[in-house]
Design a protein around this ligand. Structure first.
Ligand code: RFL
Ligand code: PHB
Length: 389
């Protein structure tokens, strides 16, 4: 078999890239390690930037999003039990949209299938080969049978634990990493959200976030120590701790119920440079990870797709390599700004185990400054709604 582009990974970045390439008549195939049910069952991001919405519109998958997504013109911040609002709309003339990554993935999957796009699920031992030559190919196993697909280029959209990044020689790739000394324990519950807008809370016991998916589906997170065991957290214990960390008004009105999903995620910032090597192009979490505090991971994956799709279109339609040569540079320049913002949000709103009294005062004054300075609010707002591509 031969394809123009082999896409490794059928998460949001791989599926979106596939869809955009197909619209331009660029032949491609998605190889996904997991089953369709597994991919559809993952609960992850919830906040979409307007640039992300534009890309989903371009891919022809925005009908449901426009009906079911919620536009949010602001976010609530809380500090020592006192809340204040960042008016995103007034500060940037933009809003964000709350619509789950799970739904984005479902919309992309069903559109690709409807348009007879190629997705192979349960692809085992996927391996990009000879990507440093003019004749790259990808091998994998399906139902125990060895397969080989020749191609022009490989897009590594296979997430942080994928294979693609690992085949770039150590002498060429450089990584930058910060691991945070805590994780997020998140639950999904079929209860009405406690607030119309997201609440990001800095509390003496640690960070908390009140988010949502729809009128009867809430998503809440609390900061926990690293290595915390999920078995130690009954629903009741979670709700009790969450209530302590949210502002009193929210804590008093929150509707609790049993969780339908509960998981712990470690927090890290990670970037690899360059994001491409010869005929291999890394996209999304395969090349970078942000802590979820700034709601940037999925949105960054989408902006990478923007740059790569644009470069591939020029490559196939105008036979020019220029966009592909600049892909890593263009994508990384936006990536590092989101890395900085996510690091800042994380540092400002979490409790660090080694936090000194000096660090505490700096954090206090950072948040007080935020509450009282329009300039400071504007910096947060323009990053939160998403920097331009
Ligand atoms: P994904 O989603 O990890 O998809 C990669 C796909 O590749 C497959 N794969 C392979 N396939 C073939 N062969 C291999 N060897 C393979 N290895 C892996 C995997 O099965 C998978 O299907 O990466 P992608 O597409 O780059 O998308 C990135 C986003 O998923 C991620 O950045 C966001 O979920 C991050 N994130 C958030 N981002 C936001 O923009 N806004 C948010 O509000 C937000 N909240 C979050 C988040 C991530 C979280 N967790 C659990 C990490 C909240 C949480 C709790
Ligand atoms: C979510 O709803 O899952 C969510 C929202 C905002 C974040 C992170 C996660 O910053």
């Amino acid at each position: 078999m031969r394809k123009n582009v082999v896409i490794i990974g059928g998460g949001p970045s791989g599926l979106l890239l596939s869809r955009l390439l197909s619209i331009d008549g660029i032949d491609n195939i998605v190889l996904e390690k997991q089953s369709e049910e597994h991919v559809m069952g993952r609960i992850r991001a919830g906040v979409l930037e307007s640039g992300t919405i534009e890309m989903l519109k371009k891919a022809g998958v925005s009908d449901r999003l426009e009906k079911e997504g919620f536009n949010h013109d602001g976010i609530q911040l809380s500090f020592k039990n006192h809340g204040f609002r960042i008016n995103l709309k007034q500060l940037t003339n933009k809003h964000v949209t709350v619509y789950g990554q799970t739904e984005v993935t479902k919309d992309l999957y069903s559109k690709i299938k409807k348009e007879n796009g190629d997705i192979i699920n349960n692809a085992e031992d996927v391996l990009p080969q000879d990507v440093h030559t003019d004749a790259p190919f990808v091998t994998f196993k399906k139902d125990g049978v060895e397969k080989k697909i020749k191609c022009d280029l490989v897009a590594g959209c296979d997430g942080f634990h994928g294979i693609s990044r690992t085949i770039i020689p150590k002498a060429i790739i450089k990584s930058f990493e910060r691991k945070y000394p805590f994780g997020w324990l998140g639950i999904l519950s079929e209860t009405p959200p406690v607030s119309e807008e997201l609440i990001y809370a800095n509390h003496g016991n640690g960070f908390a976030l009140a988010s949502m998916r729809n009128e009867n589906l809430s998503r809440y997170y609390i900061q926990t120590p690293l290595n915390e065991k999920i078995e130690n957290w009954t629903d009741q214990k979670f709700w009790d701790e969450l209530k302590k960390r949210l502002p009193t008004e929210a804590a008093d009105t929150i509707v609790t119920g049993s969780s339908i999903e509960k998981s712990i995620a470690p927090l890290r910032s990670f970037v690899c440079e360059p994001m491409s090597w010869k005929k291999l192009f890394l996209v999304g979490d395969a090349a970078h990870i942000v802590p979820p505090t700034g709601a940037k991971g999925l949105n960054l994956a989408v902006s990478d797709v923007y740059y790569l799709h644009d470069a591939l279109k020029k490559y196939y339609q105008s036979q020019t390599n220029e966009g592909l040569n600049k892909y890593s540079y263009n994508a990384l320049s936006r990536v590092w700004k989101a890395i900085r913002f996510s690091w800042w949000m994380t540092t400002t709103f979490h409790k660090f185990p080694e936090q000194s009294s000096f660090d505490q005062r700096i954090q206090d004054s950072e948040i007080e400054y935020l509450e009282n300075s329009v300039a400071s609010q504007k910096v947060l707002a323009e990053n939160y709604v998403g920097l331009p591509y």
